[in-house]
Design a protein around this ligand. Structure first.
Ligand code: BTN
Length: 266
């Protein structure tokens, strides 16, 4: 099994703060849990935790994240964005855009799916678990946990995940070749820094526009929100990162949390 070459990542990464402080673990419970432990004792902005494998990799909505060694990318980035809590959801969208940039650099055509998934050939290849710590109305720490299925085989994924509502796949399965995890992580972290800088310089508008341009909005979908299930067309996102869904009666539903499952158009 080829291990992640953390030395090469340190050497190649051309960033000002993201990944300047870089921790590598052959195995952790979860890079997000580790990043939160580090942040609790104060970690500098841009600290990155990378793991070869996770014994308790976490997905959104309390789901596990399949994290075998030697194949994929599992990392968490610690940010201290000093924005209001309402702006954090929007800020987290930069992580799926950065993943999409790294996939595009490998010759793929990635799409982002609300809230923070990345699709390739209509199947999920990456996800983001964002966890924040607030002090009053301000975000103190935002941990962006990024998982990318890179070289794992379809068979292993199917065995581990069973039949998922939104089929999961890997970059290798779609692009037809092994992907260099270090080169991918370099592009991803450099793009994340660029996008984060832009967010701080020019605010929300740019993110919303760029996210929309790369998204798979406009689909008929089932929205699972706070235990209820509603159908509609995913129409837009607003300036706080909420998804706007056009329901069949013509009204517009604002969804701030939930899962979106695609349905055939009627
Ligand atoms: C999802 O789509 O459900 C989010 C998946 C996030 C997985 C990553 S892997 C690195 C980081 N550590 C975790 O425990 N989870 C995130």
């Amino acid at each position: 099994m080829e291990m992640f070459d953390i030395k090469a990542l340190r050497k190649c990464l051309n960033t000002r703060f993201i990944g300047r402080e870089l921790q590598y673990w052959p195995e952790v419970d979860s890079t997000n849990a580790m990043a939160r432990r580090l942040a609790a004792e104060w970690a500098v902005e841009g600290t990155v935790v990378v793991a070869e494998a996770q014994s308790k990799g976490r997905g959104r909505a309390g789901k596990p994240w399949y994290s075998p060694p030697g194949l994929n990318l599992y990392l968490s980035v610690i940010l201290h964005p000093a924005v209001e809590v309402q702006k954090a959801a929007l800020l987290t969208l930069i992580s799926s855009l950065a993943i999409a940039d790294a996939i595009d650099a490998e010759g793929g055509q990635a799409q982002v799916k609300w809230p923070n998934d990345v699709l390739l050939a209509d199947r999920k290849v990456a996800g983001v678990l964002a966890e924040l710590q607030a002090l009053g109305e301000r975000v103190e720490t935002l941990v962006l946990g990024i998982g990318v299925n890179m070289n794992v085989s379809q068979d292993s994924l199917d065995q581990a995940l069973g039949k998922t509502a939104w089929g999961a796949t890997s970059l290798k399965e779609v692009l037809g070749r092994e992907i260099d995890r270090v080169a991918f992580a370099v592009t991803l972290l450099e793009s994340l820094e660029r996008r984060y800088d832009r967010f701080r310089a020019s605010g929300r508008k740019a993110i919303v526009q760029e996210w929309k341009a790369q998204s798979c909005l406009g689909q008929r979908a089932r929205i699972i929100e706070r235990g209820r299930s509603i159908e509609g067309i995913t129409e837009d996102i607003d300036e706080s990162g909420c998804l706007l869904v056009r329901l069949d009666d013509g009204s517009l539903l604002h969804v701030s949390e939930g899962e979106i499952l695609p349905l055939p158009h009627r």
